[in-house]
Design a binder for this molecule. Structure first.
Ligand code: CMX
Ligand code: CO
Length: 152
């Protein structure tokens, strides 16, 4: 969108870090930690049943492309959800990173052509009406990676 010539958009269309997802067992306690330790405030809270999470987005800063960088705190809503499985295996901690794009389907296609498994055939609904896809952590150096296109 507002990329200047010396800051060209990379071939994947990814332009920024949108959020870091953190798995926690108690969302309210986790929110309180980030509020009282760093002063980060909750910008948005919701339950996303498709993803099996109760979540909060804490905004760290804004960016010049209209996006923001956030922490996404994730508490599982059911025992068979990805975040519940992660907590069972690893305990609380960093669960995924998410890169921002203005066209999530095009970014996923371009990245998929490079041999990375795209876990969602079509973008799913993410936080606050955003559109998201996940890339397999085994193809991304052990990092579960999300691509996100904001609503609007
Ligand atoms: N980060 C890094 N590696 C991970 C991982 C994660 N978050 N989750 C699983 N893995 C690894 C496991 O360690 C395991 O590795 P080994 O085979 O070496 O033991 C392997 O992936 C398979 O793990 P699993 O527990 O058997 O889990 P599944 O294969 O059933 O599922 C995954 C893994 C990534 C496909 C699944 O978690 C997924 O589809 N995630 C995307 C959806 C999601 O995470 N939603 C919640 C967030 C929603 C949001 O951000 O809005
Ligand atoms: Co996320």
């Amino acid at each position: 969108m507002s990329n200047t010539p010396d800051r060209a958009v990379p071939f994947s269309g990814l332009t920024r870090l949108d959020h870091v997802g953190i798995a926690c067992r108690d969302l309210d306690a986790s929110i309180e930690f980030y509020r009282s330790t760093y002063g980060f405030e909750v910008e948005h809270e919701e339950v996303n049943e498709e993803q099996g999470v109760r979540e909060a987005m804490l905004r760290i800063n804004g960016t010049d492309d209209g996006g923001a960088t956030c922490l996404q705190l994730l508490e599982p809503t059911r025992p068979d959800s990805p975040v519940a499985k992660f907590l069972d295996r690893n305990g609380e901690g960093v669960h995924h990173i998410a890169f921002g794009t203005s066209d999530v389907a095009a970014s996923a296609e371009g990245i998929g052509e490079r041999g990375v498994r795209v876990l969602d055939e079509r973008p799913r609904r993410g936080t606050a009406g955003s559109r998201i896809v996940f890339l397999h952590p085994k193809d991304c150096g052990g990092v579960l990676t999300e691509l996100v296109q904001g609503a609007g």
